[in-house]
Structure formats: C-alpha cells, structure tokens
Design a protein. Sequence first.
Length: 199
Amino acid sequence: MEAMYGGRVTSEERSTLSTYIGLIVVTVLGAWAIYFFFLAQEKQKEVTGFDPNRPLPSDDTLQRRLKPDQYLVVRQGGTETAFQNEFWNNERTGLYVDVITGEPLFTSLDKFDGGTGRPTFTKPISNDLLVEKVDTSHDMQRTEVCAKRSNAHLGHLFPDPTSPTGKRYAVNSAAFRFIPMERMKDEGYEAFLPLLEKK
C-alpha cells in the first residue's frame, strides 16, 4: 500500500509502467510510420504515370520538386549545354514524358541524331500535345515548342531535310523523364506500350 501513497514503487509496478510506456511508444511510432508511408505514396502518385485529371502543380511545388536545371528549362525558357545533357545520346527504347505532368510526348522510335547535342525527334506522339510559338529571342526567328498541358518549354522546331518528316524537334533533356520500355508497366505507362510497337 505504501506505493499508492507516495512510498517506494515495487518492481511489479515498475514493470507494468514500463510495459505501458513501451506500448505507447510502439503505438506512436507505428502511427508515424503509417502516416509517412501514405504520405510517400501520395507524393509518388504526383509524379508516377500520367493522369489527365491530375491538377498541375503550383510554381512553388515545381521549384521544390524539380532540379534547378529542369526548372530553368521548363519555366524560364532555358537551354542546356549541347552534348552535356542526359538524353542527347540515349539509344534505349521508351517514352519521353513531360517532367511536370508525366504526359508522354515523344517516343524513342522517332528519335534521331540531328547533330544538335540534344534529344532530337522527327515528330511528337501527337501534334495535339504541343504548342508552337514564335520566338524572337537572341535576335533570331525560331519556333518554340511547349507542352500544351503544362506549358513547359521543351525546345525548338526547325525545318530539316534529313528528317523523314522534314522537321527536327530539338528539345532539352531537362524537360523530360525517360521511361524505359521495361519499366513502363511498373510506372503506370502500360497503355502506351503499343506506341513502341508501331515499327
């Protein structure tokens, strides 16, 4: 009875108290783990696959999510250094998707060596996915190419007699994520596999 009224705590009471504290700690840690798991799942959904109903991320979100060179290209119209970018000489089969929305814009089947040191394509998956704008920056007359859904600056369109379509889409690697064919199913792009079986 002494323990109840401020006396010494018995070893049995200490053991019970330790068990309760242990259970509380385990419960709290478990709740945090579940919370962070679902948070990670939600964050992954923001950048996995393509969902036409997914809202466009805010500019603040893009600045946090994208690397500085990606943000510079897609939101500030930057151009990366030729021959020193991720996909200029990528020869793997797959999709090139908008780094902002995940929307597939080009396939490896339409990629060719345009000698620009940047990813170069003969055509997009669909002309409806892109917007062409007159670009008179740097004292030049060029055609800027942007993704229609995200308004991401991708690069420029040039006439090119060496291209089967007579066009050369010279774009920036930083505007894209590349989804290799073997990862398309896992990353939510299974529906786009037929695009790579055309030729």
